[in-house]
Ligand binder design. Structure first.
Ligand SMILES: Cc1cc2nc3c(=O)[nH]c(=O)nc-3n(C[C@H](O)[C@H](O)[C@H](O)COP(=O)(O)O)c2cc1C
Ligand SMILES: [Fe+2]
Ligand SMILES: [Fe+2]
Length: 402
């Protein structure tokens, strides 16, 4: 995709990354990711964000199709994470006179990451910059995603560049605008991005939404994924709902199993959820990357956890999920737990402890020795129905709208 003029004088000059296997060295990218950078062309020219260093040349080629890169007056650094700042060393060589603009906490980081000390200026919260025919203003939105993060707003065309907020995984597939694609195909990867990358900063996301809501925004142009020029409110509402930790009425069932006993119980529990009329997604924690488990735990209000006892404790892949959800501070879940043991058990007690420590509502437990008996399987179905019923009442209380 070449440069795309998203509004008169404002160009997307980003790149698709289809070769990085793991975002941040952790999160698989089966459908890739884009790093979106934007040119705002007035009498003076600003580049908003850049790309990961491997793609710096490609960025430069795209800029060159719009303006001579040597002519850049400003490099706006909304966020220092290297997926957006990695091209700065090359840009500094090509456009030595371009001034780097960033929030105050970014200044020591520009020095630490890239040795950039000269030609760098901190912009204050709400500060405005006249480009001649285009006007930028800068709003500090700390911790969406790092402490130095800010959003940039262009007033004449009413475009918001919120960097990591409102973005998603998945490379652009020939189309930049959300209204050009079937967004349902992208939503899973937006949720996986939200829950894994910025979910931990949910409070900061809500503060940013509150802070920016007075701006007349017509286009939202994030740093990953689709650009919203029609109904930008849609992506804001999705992000706000996820950041409030409001799950959809449904259940994520995550289990681990060595010899299939806990797995048999998982099937029965899932059936119970269905019988009570809610969707349930069944995920094997050993065979599904934890980022997808986090995604589904974030999506649904209900969470069913199955774990055999392993070395007197929770099965490691299930424990890993819980550890990450604890770090990401996911709240507000209705939970049921189950698992098989060989002699003395212990996994479900440990799970219950963790669930309580997370402040989640534990509505039932089924623990059994060895293979589940028909009676125990019946109890499992009942557990599924109980969790589903509780999720339904919670959804009604919250007035959930899908
Ligand atoms: C490596 C390993 C460690 C285990 N540790 C315990 C344990 O500490 N306490 C216990 O009661 N059972 C323990 N067991 C037995 C399992 O919990 C039991 O086989 C259970 O039925 C496995 O369920 P699954 O088929 O869903 O994996 C262990 C099994 C294995 C293979
Ligand atoms: Fe980031
Ligand atoms: Fe990013």
């Amino acid at each position: 995709m070449g440069p795309i003029e998203i509004r008169p004088g404002i160009f997307w000059v980003g790149v698709n990354d289809r070769t990085t296997d793991l975002f941040e060295g952790l999160w698989p990218l089966p459908s890739g990711v884009s790093y979106n950078a934007y040119l705002v062309v007035g009498k003076r020219v600003a580049l908003i964000d850049s790309v990961k260093n491997h793609y710096a040349e490609e960025l430069l080629q795209k800029i060159a199709q719009v303006v001579d890169p040597a002519r850049l007056d400003y490099l706006v650094v909304n966020h220092m994470e290297p997926d957006h700042s990695g091209a700065l060393p090359l840009l500094r060589r090509v456009a030595p006179n371009a001034e780097v603009l960033a929030a105050p906490p970014a200044l020591p980081m520009l020095a630490d990451f890239y040795g950039l000390r000269e030609g760098v200026r901190a912009v204050q919260d709400g500060e405005t910059l006249d480009l001649g025919g285009k006007t930028l203003s800068f709003y500090h939105i700390p911790f969406v995603h790092w402490p130095e993060t800010m959003a940039t707003y262009e007033a004449t065309e009413r475009v918001l560049f919120p960097c990591d907020a409102f973005g998603g995984f998945r490379a652009l597939e020939g189309a930049l605008f959300a209204d050009e694609v079937d967004f349902a195909l992208y939503e899973d990867e937006v949720l996986r991005y939200f829950s894994n990358i910025v979910g931990m900063q949910s409070q900061a996301v809500l503060r940013a939404i509150e802070k920016l809501k007075g701006l007349p925004i017509e286009v939202i142009a994030p740093s990953h994924g689709l650009v919203w020029r029609r109904e930008p409110q849609r992506i804001v509402e999705l992000y706000a709902r996820w950041a409030r930790h409001e799950g959809e009425p449904g259940v994520a069932l995550v289990f681990g199993s060595m010899y299939g006993e806990t797995r048999k119980m998982a099937e029965a529990v899932a059936q119970g959820v269905r019988e009570a009329g809610l969707p349930v997604r069944v995920l094997d924690a050993s065979r599904t990357h934890v980022s997808f488990l986090i995604q589904e735990a974030w999506r649904f209000q209900g969470l069913l956890l199955g774990s055999p006892t392993y070395d007197t404790d929770v099965f490691p892949p299930v424990e890993h999920l819980l550890r990450l959800l604890e770090r990401k501070r996911l709240r507000n879940r209705v939970v049921g737990i189950f698992g098989s043991y060989g002699w003395r058990g212990g996994a479900t007690a440990k799970l219950a402890e963790k669930v309580r420590a997370l402040g989640w509502e534990l509505v039932g437990t089924v623990e059994f020795g060895g293979a589940p008996t028909p009676e125990e399987l019946r109890q499992g179905r009942e557990l599924g129905r109980t969790v589903a019923a509780r999720v339904k009442t919670a959804a009604v209380q919250e007035g959930f709208r899908a």
